[in-house]
Design a protein around this ligand. Structure first.
Ligand SMILES: [Zn+2]
Ligand SMILES: [Zn+2]
Ligand SMILES: [Zn+2]
Length: 356
């Protein structure tokens, strides 16, 4: 039924037309056109760029120009480059981190080294597997629905649906077409080039868990590299500064001492072995990646808390719609439907008992 074209003349059924921009009453040049959703013929003003079918509720955009999708292959290439870079970076973090940190930690204590190595392996496996889940899982295809002929499409059966000209099928208000993936995605949040995939209904949870795992891993790596770098850092000659500071203190002296310290630090860095330099690089990189991803994770969790996606948030900016802020949105998102119900039930009971 999905392929049925609404071209058949069906003059017996004239539909209610809601024009957005009606012409003056004196001009009566309504055009007869067909609703793509139910196939009924409708009268519509030629001045109305958008009209909504009174029967099925489908929205038709008149003269909707089909945007060409020339850059699809370029977008695909860009996504593959980004994914390769991210994978190389992750492997460098894991292998470089283990090579640089663990000989130092094992030299401090064998038990401590083994314990930290197990943590590193668990974090690496969880981050890599969640990355694969977010990148390889389809982001969420919208459900197939019948369209195109009356009476198959019931009254209000396509309420606020529009037509996707790329996929040639109906698109609900919850669905967006991604031009990088070349398909419609249910509850699309955004297209992430770093996983080479959309973030939608099917892989949103894996994406958030990947972010959480990556943030924990980078924080752990930053802590371990800092600890290991301190252990192997060449000694600095700072004793004379303290002796100088113990006497008369003024701003100029403090500035000179700080400057001397900074130079002593940089001079000692020159004598760092290769392992030490890699440790410094890993520390700086893990802190910057960790901070960036924490901001992204915070933004994502705040959208989930308000029951929105990034795209639905963008479409509601300026509309001032009331958003429902609720912790249950977060609980439901992470798939604990039973615990969400239990939580709400116990909360309701406790409120009731307080009233008595
Ligand atoms: Zn219709
Ligand atoms: Zn589409
Ligand atoms: Zn996409």
């Amino acid at each position: 039924m999905g392929s049925a074209k609404p071209d058949k003349p069906n003059s017996a059924n004239y539909d209610v037309v809601k024009g957005e921009d009606n012409p003056p009453a004196s001009v009566n040049v309504d055009l007869e056109t067909t609703c793509w959703g139910c196939g009924l013929r409708v009268l519509v003003s030629p001045y109305a760029p958008v009209f909504k079918c009174g029967w099925c509720g489908a929205i038709t955009k008149q003269n909707a120009a089909k945007i060409d999708n020339n850059y699809f292959r370029l977008r695909r290439l860009r996504d593959r480059c980004f994914v390769s870079i991210v994978l190389l970076f992750m492997l460098f973090f894991i292998c470089g981190g283990i090579w640089a940190v663990y000989p130092v930690v094992f030299s401090i204590s064998y038990f401590c080294g083994l314990f930290n190595l197990i943590i590193a392996v668990i974090l690496s496996i969880s981050t890599l597997s969640l990355f694969c889940m977010a990148a390889l899982q389809p982001a969420g295809a919208p459900p197939m629905i019948l369209w195109g002929s009356y009476p198959t499409v019931g009254k209000g059966g396509l309420e606020n649906y529009t037509f996707c000209h790329f996929c040639s099928k109906p698109k609900s208000p919850r669905v967006h077409h991604c031009r990088s993936c070349g398909m419609c995605i249910l509850d699309m949040d955004h297209h992430c080039p770093f996983i080479g995939n959309c973030v939608g209904a099917a892989n949103h949870r894996a994406f958030i868990l990947f972010l959480i795992s990556t943030v924990i891993s980078t924080l752990y790596l930053a802590f371990m590299t800092f600890h290991a770098a301190l252990y192997i850092w060449p000694p600095m000659s700072r004793r004379r500064h303290f002796r100088r500071l113990s006497g008369f203190v003024n701003a100029e002296l403090i500035f000179r001492v700080l400057k001397d310290d900074a130079f002593a630090f940089l001079r000692s860095a020159l004598f760092l072995p290769v392992r030490g330099r890699i440790l410094v690089y890993l520390f700086v990189a893990s802190v910057s990646v960790g901070v960036g991803l924490s901001v992204l994770l915070w933004q994502q969790l705040s959208y989930i808390y308000t029951g929105q996606t990034y795209l639905s948030h963008l479409s509601e900016v300026g509309n001032e719609q009331i958003v429902e802020r609720d912790c249950q949105n977060l609980v439901k998102f992470f798939g604990c439907r039973f615990s969400a119900e239990f939580f709400s039930l116990s909360y309701w009971k406790s409120r009731k008992s307080h009233k008595h």
